[in-house]
Design a binder for this molecule. Structure first.
Ligand SMILES: Cc1ncc(COP(=O)(O)O)c(C=O)c1O
Length: 341
């Protein structure tokens, strides 16, 4: 059955689909995969996910390609990252093959929600794992639920690929120096809401967080990593307190393929005065070019895009990644899982 969704105007938000898939870890093993039509879950009020934040998640996308086939981008890397996040929160790591199988099932069961090629929209997959055991004392659960739901999402750049402005503030940290920044867990996002909402109220698209120990170096950009182009080199923060972005990893590889050197290192805030291009990168936008960055505490504006337009290297990298996701060019690194439906 066709959907009557207007793909191009869909927001990045929740749209109900036909099915979600679930699996429970109980008595030391993962059970059978359950296909569900329910949008809710039944859980004990003392479940560890509710009290002690035992929750990890992922975000990845499936695209309808030029040839009509559906491709899930970097499925295996997301499988690895959710395992690492689970280990970081003393949760049961999801076997990689279970993660892959359930992602493919979730897309297949909701195939009619995969937007058509050319619409700019995609199907977002949201896998999440939660601790289900009732506990009152602080300790990890012994029972876990793994769920994947999907939602069609519209194009990120609705009025064309353009720049946004971001800000730096030392009033908030997203994570602690040896905390959970490397893991994709809800608590990090709760901790970033105040800073993010304050920035939005002031007209910025996001906060560029600084390293939480010294507040000297760039860390990451709200729910995205940060990269810049300086004298033809791709530079990106090396930090233990940021999420290892799979998009950033992919863009770094594409940069190398194009002969652009890549440096993952500390980037002092003041170095922003010397960069030629900058962008926030992640699954949602691929790369969202930055026009200027205001350091609110120092009252300094770093104008990155002098003409207000996305820079040439960011644009080239963005187009190269999109072309792979949409099956327009050969996927030489084997990043897509091409569905056999
Ligand atoms: C905090 C944070 N950093 C970076 C990213 C980008 O990661 P990825 O490229 O894997 O989507 C995300 C989310 O997507 C994020 O939530």
């Amino acid at each position: 059955m066709e959907t009557n969704l207007d793909w191009a105007s869909l927001p990045f938000g929740y749209v109900p689909t036909d099915y979600n898939v679930r699996c429970t870890y109980r008595d030391g093993k993962w059970g059978d995969i359950e296909v569900s039509q329910s949008e809710t879950i039944n859980m004990h009020m003392a479940a560890t996910c509710l009290h002690y934040g035992q929750e990890v998640f992922e975000g990845l996308k499936a695209f309808r390609g030029k040839d009509g086939k559906i491709r899930i981008f970097r499925l295996k890397e997301n499988a690895k990252r959710i395992r690492s996040s689970a280990e970081g929160l003393v949760m049961e790591p999801i076997p990689e093959d279970l993660f892959l199988k359930m992602c493919v099932m979730a897309v297949k069961l909701n195939e009619r929600f995969v937007p058509p090629y050319g619409s700019g929209a995609s199907l977002y997959l949201r896998p999440l794992e939660i601790g289900m055991t009732p506990r009152v004392g602080v300790s990890p659960a012994s029972e876990y639920m793994f769920i994947i739901f999907v939602s069609p999402v519209g194009p990120y750049f609705k009025s064309g690929f353009g720049t946004t402005s971001i800000c730096i503030t030392r009033d908030y940290d997203r994570v602690a120096p040896k905390g959970t920044g490397r893991f994709k867990t809800g608590g990090n996002y709760a901790a970033s809401l105040k800073a993010g909402m304050t920035a939005k109220d002031k007209g910025y698209s996001a906060v560029l967080f600084l390293d939480p120990r010294e507040k000297k170096y760039l860390d990451e950009c709200g729910p995205a990593n940060f990269f810049a182009i300086k004298n033809g080199v791709y530079i990106t923060p090396a930090s233990d307190s940021i999420l290892p972005s799979i998009t950033n990893m992919s863009l770094q590889q594409l940069a190398k393929d194009m002969g652009i050197p890549v440096e993952a290192r500390h980037i002092p805030v003041e170095e922003l005065a010397e960069v030629d291009e900058a962008a926030a990168c992640g699954t949602a936008a691929v790369a969202s070019p930055i026009g200027y960055i205001d350091d609110l505490d120092k009252n300094v504006r770093y104008v990155i895009a002098k003409d207000g337009k996305p820079g040439p290297i960011t644009t080239k990298l963005y187009n190269a990644l999109r072309a792979i996701q949409l099956g327009e060019v050969e996927d030489i690194h084997g990043w897509n899982h091409v569905m056999g439906i």
